[in-house]
Ligand binder design. Structure first.
Ligand code: TRP
Length: 330
């Protein structure tokens, strides 16, 4: 039987999970668990570059992993682990950091954006972010990385690092490629030009664990476009188009059909039905979450076992890396 390709992806434990994280990442992860050998990582070290405080990071980590499993990620199929529990990521990262000129990292769009927003935010950790990400991927020799388009520059840096290592020391790393051409992108309910994120306040996103009433009120308040027609037109009617995207994802009703159905209704009816469709879609995940959350030790055990498993593979790769470089090992 041919070996399954290796997949790695990660998410920072920045707090409440929302439907953007779910449809943009976790649902994809769930769908490929049988096909690939998958590693899914809590990128807690990466989150240090952006978190204002690490106060609740333990709870955020547990909560995020609980939502993953509630949604259908299966620890029997996939290795679910904690980045900081596998110290080899940092070890490899410090070796990979010697392969690229700083000037190349300074061109990374995420870095440029953060420094433009806040010149004091330009820590070495932020500059080094894509190098640590390359280590995350390469240490498992992952050839596929399921992530959204916004991560393309990071993946390009990972490939550049892999090429440079292979060229200089001998080929051991695949050049990782993204896994999906198209990942659904969910937009903010209050800032329809922006991706859904927690940074625009809690009315701008639907959290996976929001109560039905909260979902109804957030959807009711979601920004719409001028003119009442419910029509998919991402240029002239971005807000309604984004709501239609969500409606499609939660109901699996094609957008064309939704347009026909709501042709003669106003926003109120459309939004009302959308909210109910979201509530129905999230109900089984929320139910499973509540069951799992009763037993946080079980979640920790999953992470611990996953991290131990990941670590064995990471140690193996590190030995190979050291041997290729020619470092003394005992
Ligand atoms: N940078 C990713 C994000 O913000 C998180 C991440 C860290 C990641 N390491 C990774 C994603 C390795 C894929 C592979 O979403």
């Amino acid at each position: 039987m041919p070996q399954k390709e290796i997949v790695l992806s990660g998410m920072r434990p920045t707090g409440e999970q929302h439907i953007g994280n779910y449809f943009g990442a976790v649902r994809q992860w769930i769908s490929i668990q049988n096909q690939y050998k998958c590693y899914f990582m809590v990128a807690d070290l990466h989150s240090l570059t952006t978190l204002k405080t690490t106060k609740n990071i333990k709870e955020k980590t547990r909560e995020m992993v609980t939502t993953w499993i509630a949604a259908g990620l299966n620890p029997k199929k996939s290795t679910i682990f904690l980045q900081s529990a596998v110290p080899e990521h940092g070890e490899l990262s410090s070796i990979l950091a010697t392969l690229l000129p700083v000037s190349m990292l300074e061109l990374n769009p995420t870095y440029k954006e953060m420094v433009a927003e806040n010149p004091k935010a330009g820590s070495f950790g932020i500059l080094n972010y894509p190098v640590l990400q390359a280590a995350d991927i390469l240490i498992y020799k992952a050839s596929r990385v399921p992530i959204g388009k916004d991560q393309d520059p990071h993946l390009e840096i990972s490939r550049e690092i892999a090429r440079r290592f292979n060229h200089r020391f001998g080929k051991i790393f695949p050049e990782p490629q993204s896994l999906f051409d198209e990942v659904p992108k969910i937009y903010s309910l209050t800032h329809p030009q922006k991706k859904m994120s927690k940074s625009h306040g809690s009315d701008s996103y639907v959290a996976l664990l929001d109560s039905p009433d909260k979902i109804r009120s957030k959807i009711k308040r979601a920004v719409t476009d001028s003119g009442s027609a419910i029509k998919y037109d991402s240029i002239n009617k971005p807000a309604v188009s984004h709501l239609l995207d969500i409606f499609y994802l939660v109901s699996e009703t094609p957008i064309k059909k939704l347009e026909i159905k709501y042709k003669n209704s106003g926003y109120a009816e459309f939004k009302n039905d959308l909210a109910e469709a979201i509530i129905a879609h999230l109900a089984p995940i929320q139910k499973k979450y509540r069951e799992l959350a009763k037993n946080p030790k079980k979640i920790e055990k999953i992470l611990k076992e996953g991290s131990n498993k990941a670590r064995l593979k990471a140690q193996k790769t590190m030995a190979e890396v050291k041997s290729k470089i020619g470092l003394l090992q005992f």
